[in-house]
Design a protein around this ligand. Structure first.
Ligand SMILES: [Zn+2]
Length: 152
């Protein structure tokens, strides 16, 4: 994505290529995908073309349950990269997906004081990019975030 058109850059949106297209298509559909290795059986995230545990290329897409627990977080009060500045404060978090991989994300719909280590979370998808950036941004990108899970 070339910059320099005078449109402010955004740092929250993915660059989508042929490899990650299935991931973002599924996200737009409300499904979180993982990559699972056929050689060692472990799942990983973010998506890579080979297994980061054993380097096998026998890796396929798999739908994640969307369940996770909160590993750690940080409340961000200042971020100069657009559009985060307009969004502060927000909760930058690392979560452990039920399938094993650890994922950097954002926790939403939860007060700062209600955050707990290992609290149950579920994936939600935030629509981004519609009509912004004069067409430079992918239309209808959905970014996975996590919110408190109250049911099992
Ligand atoms: Zn592997």
């Amino acid at each position: 994505m070339a910059a320099g058109s005078g449109v402010p850059a955004r740092y929250d949106l993915p660059e989508i290529d042929a490899f990650t297209r299935p991931y973002w298509d599924a996200a737009a559909d409300g499904r979180l995908l993982l990559r699972r290795c056929g050689a060692c059986g472990r799942a990983h995230h973010y998506p890579r073309e080979f297994c980061p545990h054993c380097w096998s290329e026998a890796v396929t897409w798999e739908r994640a349950s969307g369940r996770a627990t909160l590993y750690t977080w940080s409340v961000v009060h200042r971020n100069d990269l657009p559009p985060f500045g307009a969004r502060t404060p927000y909760v930058a978090a690392v979560v452990d997906l039920e399938e094993g991989p650890r994922m950097m994300t954002e926790v939403v719909e939860c007060g700062e004081g209600d955050l707990r280590v290992e609290m149950a979370l579920e994936v939600a998808f935030r629509a981004e990019g519609e009509g912004e950036g004069e067409g430079r941004v992918e239309e209808g990108v959905a970014v996975p975030v996590f919110r408190p899970r109250f049911s099992s």
